[in-house]
Write a protein that binds this ligand. Structure first.
Ligand code: C5P
Length: 201
């Protein structure tokens, strides 16, 4: 069975959590596409050329430690504006999406660019404040020293960069189902997403 669930949305809206849970629920494979851009960003911070890093991306690079840091997130959103970087990562994502057995991909342009033919498209969003509060809790749990104001500023800067760029800007596909998680806990958000998929399966 070929069946793609495309999940897009801004940073820290819960799309990773929702994507993983949907994949587990239905036994589908899951790809966090942000990790591809983070791996490229991390290599650029280490001195690599962004386009060469994207073309030569390996599974080991996706498992590198430190990819979740705010510095790497910023570098990721900077390399993500480069058309040749996006082009180099396209084919891998498309073939993952159409693999046998079902796939969930989460990112910024899955429903609009990578998989316009996805069977289910979800746009997971939440207010900037709700997202900053969640990201702050994650960072504090990981031992990173920061405060709410700094995290909120970072979330807003990334939103602007992701939505304002010319190449594959963040926006809901016309046929995406909107899921606002501002007032939902994880279980409620996952249940809503599972229901959307179940309806079309
Ligand atoms: O989702 P995550 O925060 O890990 O993504 C890091 C950055 O990678 C995003 O801010 C965005 O600029 C970029 N990205 C993208 N397209 C995707 C996934 C991530 O441009 N499909």
């Amino acid at each position: 069975m070929i069946f793609t669930v495309a999940i897009d949305g801004p940073a820290a809206a819960g799309k990773g959590t929702v994507g993983r849970a949907v994949a587990t629920h239905f036994g589908f494979a899951h790809l966090d596409t942000g990790l591809l851009y983070r791996a490229v960003g991390a290599q650029v911070l280490a001195g690599a050329d962004p386009v060469e890093a994207a073309r030569g991306l390996t599974p080991e690079a996706l498992a590198a430690p430190g990819l979740r840091s705010p510095e790497v997130a910023r570098a990721a959103s900077e390399v993500a504006v480069i058309g040749e970087v996006r082009a180099a990562l396209l084919e891998f994502q498309r073939s993952f999406a159409r693999r046998e057995g079902g796939a969930v991909l989460d990112g910024r342009d899955i429903g609009t660019v990578i998989c316009p033919e996805a069977e289910v498209k979800l746009f997971v969003t939440a207010s900037a404040e709700a997202r900053a509060a969640r990201r702050l809790a994650e960072l504090v749990a990981a031992g990173v020293e920061t405060d709410f104001g700094a995290v909120l500023e970072d979330v807003r800067a990334r939103d602007l960069r992701d939505s304002g760029r010319a190449e594959a800007p963040l926006r809901p596909a016309d046929d995406a189902h909107l899921l606002d998680t501002s007032e939902l806990d994880v279980e409620q958000a996952v249940a809503a997403a599972v229901a959307q998929v179940a309806e079309r399966l």
